[in-house]
Structures are given as structure tokens and as C-alpha cells.
Design a protein around this ligand. Structure first.
Ligand code: VG1
Ligand code: CO
Length: 544
């Protein structure tokens, strides 16, 4: 057993996107590719000698092989202790929880989150810093810069560690601790929510639920919490075993990809409550019986009802939402007399606001919701928050949402994704939009008058850092909006995201179908961005 210095050459494409470095599995399987990026991280995060990091992934194809490599590189780089999730499994929220609970230096999470897995699917690496949250932009940029100049990495030539056995192992001077991340995470949830009340709900016999783990990372956590600690019947969790290819499911919890759950929730004898999470467990989808809750509404409703949940009954300090997320939460913040912050897309922008105590709840339209209990979005947390509300209110999901609309107005909301576009035509479309901004101001499209047209930029209120080019906003008088941006998590071609929002105060018109309610805006979006002519597409690939 010895430390080796391995010669390598830089890869030019290791710039992290919205959430970590995401590439095809085959890209990561190239010799030195993973090693280069991991060494770049170790080289720039500061003093690592003798420190502890946490390590694990969402169980996707290549997870275990990559973990063995990273463990040996950690030992060779002088890390003192590596905590590895049992079986190599560690959800993104559990990583955040463990980093904070044990005051770790940080953590490496192997996941491409909601992207498909398997040998032909995607793989990814995220590094979370000592507050438990994603690396801020200037940190990921420093990984990238380092990756462009790297010429050696360190590797400890040692046998593989058995990831399936709890306990301590040793590689050189480094301890490798295989631990059960479920216990830490479930303990945190128990402190935030009224588990007794939820237990009563399940034992009353009047309530049923189904949770879809999508064969991804949350299965073991969900079983331990719902079927274990809360006494829900066995079988409440479906697709609960993490599989390397997610059983062929695309682990993105939305109406298109969580097909099995959606069928159950639309059936004659649908349960009262349905939920799902994504590959790495940080997203959530909330469903009532034959009823879908948009993630934007979910954030607003959690904020409006937070006083019913023990962990939040002391009041909220503020709310933050990503720019494309609907403005439903802003209305709740206004009613509560608290600030609502608008940040660029990506959880890393919430970290400073949370650390500074400026916000308690955060959310993104992309099925991400979370709070100051950690520094990541947290899928099961959101499901438990809803479950706690259902137990406290004793009302169906649909009624809770409709009552919310009656009180605050409804922000009709939808996102249209155009996937696998030619990068040139997608970039051309965005350039054209940018060039059109000034002449769009004041223009009428039917009854819609453009009030603001800009390319969103954000100055972080805590550290003053500026992020530009974060999405084109067309805001109409009366609080309707269209937002255009390109995805930073895809691995094939470009993905155009079009976000549509219309505010409806008239209670008689709040129960319309969403796509119908947004039909004028959908046409306007196509006209302004010339989607059809520039991409050749008639229809979005995914509507959420
Ligand atoms: C998407 C979502 C964004 C989310 C990010 C990571 O990014 O839009 O809101 O934070 O994924 O989520 P993009 O750049 O593709 O739009 V996860 O659960 O994939 O880590
Ligand atoms: Co995710």
C-alpha cells in the first residue's frame, strides 16, 4: 500500500453548471476524468490535512466504482477521516445534515440528480462546503480553473473498502467510517415536525398515502420514516430500492416521469396524499387525490401555514424564491410582513441568505423546497411538512390549495421545456431575445402590456457578489410574466426553459385548467422568442 503521484493532462470541459459537474457516465469513465476533477477540488478548498469529509451518492450506475477511487484519493491527499453512507448511499439533504451536525469540512455527493441513470445515462459530482450547502459560484469556478492546469493527482494504492459493512476501516492514516445516514436525517425530521400527530393520522384508518422513491436514493429514508417511525402501512413507499439504472425510470418527480404515482393518484380509489422525490432526494412533488400542487404554490402554502408546524411556529424571518418561481410566495410574505428575496436559479444562491438568518423558507419552481434546517433543498422534508399540515388541518390537499387561492389569488404557472436543442439555435434564440429587450418595453401583445423586459441580474445582499445573465424576464402589467433561460444541468444539446405565469384574483376563474389559463401567454412566448422558427419544435418536450 503506497501513495502514488499519477501524471495526467487537463480536460477542457470540467466547468460545473447549476448544480455540480454533470456529464454522461461514459465521459466520467474515461481514464483520469473523475480523478482530475476530484484532485482539483482537493487542491483549492484550503487546508484538508486531518479534516473529515462525508461521501456518498444517489446509487446510480458508476456510484460505487467512483466512491472507491475518491476514498483512495482522499487518503492520499491527507484527509483524516471519510464518512461514507452505508452501501455508498447518501441523499443530498442527508449530506447537508451530516456536514452541519458533525461540523465537517464538507462533502462530495455523486449524483446527476434528476437526470436519467444507467450505463448510457448521466453521472455527476457536487461538492458541498462547511455550511452544508452547495459550493458558491466563485468556488466552483476555482475548481474549473484548477482543472485546466492540473498535471498530477494523488492516489493511495490499496484494496477496496467494503461499503456494505457499518464500522471503521483504515487506508494509510485515514479512517473510513461506513455510517448509517438515515438515523441522523430522521432524527432531524423528528425535531421539526409533529410526529405524534402524524402517527395518529396514519392510525386513524381515515388517511392513506403513497410515496414514490423512483428507485432512487430516498427509498431507505422514506421507509424508515413513513413505515418505521410514523407507522404507515408497509407498501406506502413504492419503488423504494435504489437501483443503478433507477429501474428505467427517469428520476424526475413531475407529472410526466412519476407515471406510476400519477396513475395511482388519478385512479378511482386514489389515496389522500401522494408524493415523490428525485434521484438524489432533494426535490419533491406533492399530489392530492386527482390534484397536482405546483411547487411554486407549495412554497407559498407552506409559508402561509408554517405556524401549524412545531419547527416553524415561532415565525419566519423571510422567504426566498428563485426568479422563475411564481410570485405566489411574495403575496404570503407581504401578508406576513416579511421580506421575499428573488435569487437566480440554483440552491447555491440561498446559502448566504440562510446563513445570515434573513430567510427561513426557500423554494424553486423545479420541485425544490427547503428551509434553514439545512443548506439544501429537501424532498422528504417538504413531504413531511405537507403531512404535518394535513394532520393539523384535517382537510384534503385540494381544499387547502383552493382556499389559499381564494385568499391570496392564484398564480397560474407552468414551465415548458424544449430538450435536446441544437446549442447554436438555442443560443441564437437567447441572443435574439437579449437584442429585443429595449424594443419590447411598453409594447402590447393583445391585452398584455410589457412593463419590464430585462436580463436578470442579482446582487447578493450579504456578500455583494454580482451574478449576471440569469434569464430573460418579460413582465407584463398586472403581474403576468414570461421567463426564458437555458438549463445548466443538461448533458445533451441545450434545453430551453420557458416559464409562464398569470395572476388571477377573480375567485370564479381560479379553477380553470392551467394550460388554458396560460394559452395567450404561450402564444406570446412563441412569438417573442420565435421558438418554432428557430428550433423547429411545435411542442415542448416536457410541461410541468
Ligand atoms: C435545474 C432547475 C434548478 C435546480 C437545478 C438543480 O437547473 O431548474 O431550479 O436548482 O436543476 O436541481 P437548470 O439549470 O437545469 O434549469 V437538482 O435536484 O437536479 O440538483
Ligand atoms: Co436533485
Amino acid at each position: 500500500m503506497s501513495i502514488q503521484k499519477v501524471s495526467t493532462r487537463p480536460f477542457k470541459d470540467q466547468r460545473p453548471g447549476t448544480s455540480g459537474l454533470r456529464k454522461k457516465v461514459t465521459t466520467f469513465q474515461q481514464p483520469h476524468y473523475l480523478e482530475n476533477f476530484i484532485q482539483s477540488i482537493f487542491d483549492v478548498i484550503g487546508e484538508i490535512k486531518g479534516k473529515t469529509i462525508v461521501l456518498g451518492g444517489d446509487g446510480r450506475f458508476h456510484n460505487k466504482e467512483a466512491l472507491q477511487i475518491i476514498i483512495k484519493m482522499a487518503a492520499a491527499n491527507g484527509i483524516g477521516r471519510t464518512m461514507v453512507g452505508l452501501g455508498g448511499i447518501l441523499s443530498t439533504p442527508a449530506a447537508s445534515c451530516v456536514i452541519r451536525k458533525h461540523n465537517l469540512l464538507g462533502g462530495i455527493i455523486l449524483s446527476a440528480s434528476h437526470n436519467p441513470g444507467g450505463p448510457k445515462g448521466d453521472f455527476g459530482v457536487k461538492y458541498n462546503v462547511e455550511n452544508g450547502g452547495p459550493s458558491p459560484g466563485h468556488v466552483t469556478e476555482s475548481f474549473y480553473r484548477r482543472s485546466l492546469e492540473i498535471n498530477t493527482y494523488c492516489f493511495f494504492d490499496a484494496p477496496d473498502v467494503d461499503l456494505e459493512q457499518l464500522g471503521e476501516n483504515r487506508i494509510g492514516d485515514m479512517v473510513v467510517e461506513i455510517f448509517d445516514s438515515v438515523a441522523d436525517y430522521a432524527g432531524l425530521m423528528e425535531r421539526l415536525f409533529d410526529f405524534d400527530r402524524m402517527k395518529e393520522l396514519f392510525s386513524s384508518g381515515k388517511f392513506s398515502m403513497v410515496y414514490d422513491g423512483m428507485n432512487a436514493v430516498t427509498g431507505p429514508y422514506a421507509r424508515a420514516i413513513f413505515e418505521g417511525r410514523l407507522g404507515a402501512p408497509l407498501g406506502t413507499v413504492i419503488n423504494g430500492d435504489p437501483l443503478p439504472d433507477f429501474g428505467g425510470i427517469h428520476p424526475d418527480p413531475n407529472l410526466k416521469h412519476a407515471r406510476e404515482l400519477v396513475e395511482i393518484m388519478n385512479s378511482e380509489n386514489a389515496p389522500d396524499f401522494g408524493a415523490a422525490s428525485d434521484g438524489d432526494g432533494d426535490r419533491n412533488m406533492i399530489l392530492g387525490r386527482r390534484f397536482f400542487v405546483t411547487p411554486s404554490d407549495s412554497l407559498a402554502i407552506l409559508a402561509a401555514n408554517a405556524d401549524l408546524v412545531p419547527g416553524y411556529s415561532g415565525g419566519l424571518s423571510g422567504i426566498a424564491r428563485s426568479m422563475p418561481t411564481s410570485m405566489a410566495a411574495d403575496r404570503v410574505a407581504e401578508a406576513l410582513g416579511i421580506q421575499c428575496y428573488e435569487t437566480p436559479t440554483g440552491w447555491k444562491f440561498f446559502g448566504n441568505l440562510l446563513d445570515a438568518g434573513k430567510v427561513t423558507l426557500c423554494g424553486e419552481e423545479s420541485f425544490g423546497t427547503g428551509s434553514d434546517h439545512m443548506r439544501e433543498k429537501d424532498g422528504l422534508w417538504a413531504v413531511l411538512f405537507w403531512l404535518n399540515l394535513l394532520a393539523a388541518k384535517e382537510e384534503p390537499v385540494k381544499k387547502i390549495v383552493q382556499d389559499h387561492w381564494r385568499k391570496f389569488g392564484r398564480n397560474f404557472y407552468s414551465r415548458h421545456d424544449y430538450e435536446g436543442l441544437e446549442p447554436d439555435s438555442a443560443n441564437g434564440l437567447m441572443d435574439h431575445l437579449r437584442e429585443s429587450l429595449t424594443c419590447l418595453m411598453g409594447k402590447y401583445f393583445g391585452n398584455y402590456e410589457v412593463e419590464i423586459a430585462d436580463d436578470f441580474s442579482y446582487t447578493d445582499p450579504v456578500d455583494g457578489s454580482l451574478s449576471t445573465g440569469q434569464g430573460i424576464r418579460i413582465i407584463f402589467r398586472g403581474a403576468s410574466r414570461i421567463v426564458f433561460r437555458l438549463s445548466g444541468t443538461g448533458t445533451e444539446g441545450a434545453i430551453l426553459r420557458v416559464y409562464l405565469e398569470r395572476y388571477e384574483i377573480d375567485t370564479e376563474r381560479q379553477d380553470q385548467d392551467t394550460q388554458e389559463a396560460l394559452s395567450d401567454l404561450i402564444i406570446i412566448a412563441n412569438n417573442i422568442a420565435q421558438i418554432h422558427t428557430r428550433t423547429g419544435r411545435d411542442m415542448p418536450s416536457v410541461i410541468t
